[in-house]
Ligand binder design. Structure first.
Ligand code: MOS
Length: 764
């Protein structure tokens, strides 16, 4: 077999192109074809870690209790904007059971991600870290926090992006509140000419709110030093990112940090990097010579670990009478909080539909609030709400069915780079979704239903990345009893990574699932895989596992050839056996072969192959919503969502359905309920618990029907898988918004569509 090679790998991780050197195989098995019938891949296996989870034996970082472990709590700034003039920790230190207190004074040189300080004296939001107390128990640490005396100089604050953009606004940074000092821009064609060609032009402004990730499992680390080596049990989407971030802050070699994450209760983008809390815990643990556990409470989760930035999007669209989109314009701004992040939300408009003339200008704006971070399809959820609302209004103006309008402007190739897609099965998604929701029965006259409760149907398209790419590696270990261990430095963030890895290995080596065990989430034992974000885990990791299995097969055949003294070409591999093609006496079981070779374990390594050159890899889909709106109370009830998606090959239809349901529910929640509210005058967050920050319950759930319209995308990789985590959520709010318009005939241009907004729109 030809030796492997190193390439420069580029692929989209969320809205940014990631570029990394990656080792890729030069030879790979033929890709599973779209219609290929597989024995294990695609089947609805229950999670192999399911029993551990439901029985409570699965240990999350939160559950780690080491002997002699101390507990840490963080003192956070109570003001929206302040400077520390003085800090007195003496009373706290004297409290019985307090072991250490960290502030900027005893950690002056510690930086976080090379840019900001672990503790800064300039506090830019309510929730900014002021001190960390380490004590025998959490309650002692909490008591001690109250004994720290901080002399704050209160500064003027700004918590609204529009206000923050004014020259007179309080500045978070000397360089001003607009990140990079200028908007992000994009253009193609000639947008003014495009609008001149249009028969109808609509311009409107759409607003989306700030939302908090609020995963079930709070952010949490347990850290332990053994000499100069640090082990971190963390709740994270990226074990290697945490390793790098912590080692960098502590200025120690990467080898000294081991990050472990076996299970996780959700992250949604808020756990993609090392947290300051982990670094604090590590510093404290070193100082006191004991393990330290640090957990955030729900209020801290709502203040300080990230959010989806809000958006004010002004869109303008031009269309000809025949439905041709002639121009699209997007201007937006959004609040990114107190630290660098990104509020861009124009990718849907740039990429979803065929349009030759496009112009974009978008601002990311600092305000005195917790920082924005990636949140399940960053930018796309917001962007599609605005784009699809505009599209429905344009369609109505030209008397065209909204679905027909979208088909009219169907993009047959990527609009930004002008290259073909590896695959796009969106027409089928439109068809399946429309049939299932009963599109043909949809009222063409919005708001024309009788009675106070009006029903409506709407839809939205979806585009996202999710092709993944190298580097991603996997190791297989075949034991002398025939059991197989799959090891990769990826993580299962609750999405089913454990299970699909076992399925892919069991498929390729034709072994029963019970023989396969999966180890992941440990930087010390597993080869590198990227962070679990951007819907890249399955598309990146599954081909590496398959490649490792094929390499194992090649080894087994080579070993059997030597043992049986026949040429390799005479041998084939089937179901745990290496068989001679004609002589049935000459065969050997793989467990026996491992023993014959005198090895306890046979090892093979696999790599994710390169993505094809000259293609764009995207996921596509469409969702259809059936809603009813009570025009007397303003309450919206979502009856049904149909989600029809092109995600390449399905690895496990059961865990896929979990992901789909989760995405739709999170989308519904964003459309109707969730909103972080800040009081403008105090700059303080008023929705910091699960009572005031509204989330749906089982009573709010719609029927959810799912269709996967793709069989597989053989151009991408040997498994033909695209991601699904984010696509599942992207079109839901937009589909609901369009259904609401269809029901009541009045457009709600601001999320969440709470009853007050509905009533205002109807009767104001
Ligand atoms: Mo992310 S927002 O965790 O892909």
């Amino acid at each position: 077999m030809a030796s492997d090679k190193i390439i420069k790998s580029r692929f989209f991780f969320e809205d940014e192109v990631e570029e990394k050197l990656a080792e890729v195989p030069t030879e790979e098995p033929d890709s599973w074809q779209a219609d290929e019938k597989l024995a294990k891949v695609g089947k609805p296996y229950s999670r192999i870690d399911g029993y551990d989870k439901v029985s409570g034996t699965a240990r999350y970082a939160f559950d780690m209790h080491l002997p002699n472990m101390a507990q840490a709590k963080t003192l956070r700034c109570p003001l929206a904007h302040a400077r520390i003039k003085g800090i007195d920790t003496r009373k706290a230190e004297k409290l019985s059971g307090v072991l250490a207190v960290l502030t900027h004074r005893n950690t002056p040189e510690i930086k976080w991600y090379g840019t900001s300080f672990l503790f800064d004296t300039h506090l830019r939001y309510e929730g900014d870290e002021v001190a960390c107390v380490i004590a025998e128990t959490e309650s002692i640490a909490e008591q001690a926090i109250k004994l720290i005396n901080v002399d704050y100089e209160e500064l003027d604050h700004v918590v609204d992006a529009k206000e923050a953009m004014q020259d007179s606004a309080p500045k978070l940074y000397d360089s001003g509140n607009i990140r990079n000092g200028e908007p992000g821009t994009y253009s193609r064609g000639e947008v003014e000419k495009g609008f001149a060609q249009a028969d109808t032009v609509i311009e409107d402004t759409y607003r989306t709110q700030i939302a908090i990730h609020n995963p079930t499992e709070v952010h949490c680390s347990v850290v332990n030093w053994d000499g100069d080596r640090l082990t971190v049990w963390d709740s994270t989407q990226g074990i290697f990112r945490v390793r790098d971030g912590v080692a960098n802050s502590l200025n120690i070699p990467l080898n000294s940090v081991r990050v472990i994450k076996k299970y996780m209760g959700g992250g949604f983008g808020s756990k993609l990097e090392a947290g300051k809390y982990t670094v604090m815990a590590a510093l404290a643990a070193k100082q006191i010579g004991r393990p330290v556990r640090i957990t955030l409470d729900r209020k801290e989760m709502n203040l300080a670990v990230g959010n989806r930035p809000d958006s004010v999007q002004t869109l303008k669209g031009g269309v000809k009478k025949d439905g041709t989109l002639t121009a699209l314009f997007h201007h937006s701004y959004g609040a990114i909080g107190a630290h660098p992040s990104n509020a861009q939300c124009s990718w849907p408009l740039k990429s979803m539909y065929k349009c030759d003339n496009v112009k974009v200008e978008e601002y990311s704006v600092y305000i005195n609030a917790g920082r924005a971070r990636p949140f399940r399809a960053p930018g796309h959820v917001q962007g599609f709400f605005a784009l699809e609302s505009l599209l429905d209004d344009l369609a109505e103006k030209i008397n065209m069915d909204p679905l027909e309008f979208r088909l009219k402007n169907y993009a047959d190739k990527d609009q930004v780079y002008n290259i073909p897609y590896t695959s796009k099965v969106l027409r089928e998604a439109y068809q399946k979704g429309a049939d299932a929701i009963g599109w043909q029965n949809r009222s063409e006259k919005p708001g024309s239903g009788r009675g106070p409760v009006k029903r409506g149907i709407g839809m939205s398209s979806q585009i996202w990345w999710g092709g993944g790419g190298p580097p991603a590696y996997a190791t297989l270990k075949l034991n002398r009893d025939g059991t197989l261990r799959v090891i990769a430095g990826t993580q299962d963030i609750g999405t089913g990574t454990y299970t699909f890895m076992a399925q892919v290995a069991a498929e390729a080596l034709e072994l029963p699932m019970e023989k396969v065990e999966v180890i992941l989430g440990d930087t010390a034992v597993a080869p590198y895989c990227g962070a679990s974000g951007g819907s890249t885990t399955a598309p990146s990791v599954s081909p590496a596992v398959r490649n490792a299995a094929e390499n194992m097969k090649a080894k087994l055949i080579s070993g059997a050839a030597a043992h049986l003294e026949v040429p390799e070409s005479q041998l084939t591999y089937q179901k745990g056996m290496v068989n001679h093609k004609t002589n049935t006496d000459k065969s050997i079981a793989i467990d026996q072969l491992v023993r014959e070779m005198g090895e306890q374990v046979m090892v093979s390594i696999g790599k994710r192959g390169a993505n094809p050159e000259g293609y764009m890899i995207n996921t596509f889909g469409a969702q259809f919503a059936d809603v009813q709106v009570d025009t007397e109370t303003g309450k919206i009830r979502v009856n049904k969502i149909v989600a029809a998606h092109d995600i390449g090959r399905v690895l496990n239809v059961k865990t896929l359905e979990n992901q789909m349901h989760g995405g739709v529910i999170q989308g519904l929640s964003f459309a109707l309920m969730e909103e972080r509210v800040i009081d403008r005058y105090t700059g303080k967050v008023v929705t910091f618990n699960m009572h005031d920050y509204k989330m749906p319950t089982i009573m709010d759930m719609p029927d959810i029907e799912m269709f996967i319209v793709s069989g597989g995308d053989p151009k991408i990789s040997s498994t033909g898988v695209k991601g699904v985590g984010e696509p599942a959520m992207i079109p839901t709010p937009a589909a609901i918004a369009n259904a609401v318009y269809n029901a009541i005939g009045v457009r709600i241009k601001q999320l969440p569509m709470t009853p007050d907004k509905v009533l205002n729109a109807l009767y104001r």
